[in-house]
Ligand binder design. Structure first.
Ligand code: NAD
Length: 248
């Protein structure tokens, strides 16, 4: 098992890609704390995982990821209960598809608060502990649109470009402390986020994918498992595309 005895925190772990990451981490022997936006959704996800395998060591929490004090209090409690946090996966994210002229300041702020500021908050809350132990893994969730942009919903690609910059910079800063920082950039993946997008946006994109299908959450989760594991011990500052595209 690739993650035996590792303690992982996964934000947005209640559904979609995050849920698949939690599930694959558990299969690989990790203890996992999943974060949901509400206690009920976190509890529902934990119950469904426990139903699948009662031996899995998983609990749910629901701090407000956009508030540093909330995150710090919750993650400190996790570190006290489990002894430490080895792996942080920043996966929670939102998007709004409105065209630029209808895109409000509130939409922009809300997207940046969760997709960027929460990533800072969560990293800030684990890095002291990781530094003191001289090891740790931080994995962020970027997106294919962080390379290409997209035709509407301006804050989302903007936030994911920021996640890439954050990842590369933090990787450089923390590498001498033994902490690896990488990101996974999923392509179009079969989750609620994509089901909410108009077909007119998705279908032309599928035709441009050489593997001719959209990704499944497990396709993405497998990349997180690899980057979280010691198999990736010499990889930091990478944004790994998992999107079915062939690149030259
Ligand atoms: P999803 O909508 O299915 O799940 C989003 C997760 O984020 C949920 O667990 C939800 O509880 C959590 N979340 C939402 N708002 C929150 C809030 N305010 N506070 C705390 N948690 C909150 O989305 P998904 O498709 O699984 O996306 C997961 C990540 O992958 C996101 O960062 C997204 O940007 C990224 N991504 C998705 C795709 C895709 O095609 N699905 C492609 C590229 C990148």
């Amino acid at each position: 098992m690739l993650l035996k005895n590792k303690i992982a925190v996964v934000t947005g772990g209640t559904r979609g890609i995050g849920y698949a990451v939690v599930r694959e981490f558990l299969k690989e022997g990790a203890s996992v704390v999943l974060c949901g936006s509400r206690p009920e959704t976190a509890e529902k996800a934990v119950n469904s995982l426990k139903e699948e395998n009662p031996q899995w060591d998983v609990i749910g929490i629901s701090p407000d990821l956009t508030k540093y004090d909330d995150v710090r209090t919750a993650f400190d409690a996790v570190a006290r209960e489990f002894g430490r946090i080895d792996i942080l996966v920043n996966n929670a994210g939102i998007s709004a598809k409105e065209p630029f002229t209808e895109y409000t300041e509130e939409m922009f702020q809300k997207t940046m608060d969760l997709n960027v500021k929460a990533v800072y908050n969560c990293c800030r809350a684990v890095v002291d502990g990781m530094k003191s132990r001289g090891s740790g893994v931080i994995l962020n969730t970027s997106s294919m649109v962080s390379m290409y942009g997209q035709t509407s919903g301006i804050a989302y690609p903007t936030s994911k470009f920021a996640v890439n910059g954050f990842t590369l910079s933090l990787a450089r800063e923390l590498a001498p402390s033994g902490i690896r920082v990488n990101a996974v950039a999923p392509g179009i993946t079969n989750t609620d986020m994509v089901k909410a997008l108009p077909e007119a946006m998705i279908n032309p994109l599928i035709n441009t994918i050489p593997l001719r299908r959209i990704g499944e959450p497990e396709d993405i989760a497998n990349a997180f498992v690899f980057l979280a594991s010691d198999k990736a011990s010499y990889i930091t500052g990478v944004v790994l595309s998992v999107d079915g595209l062939a690149r030259s």
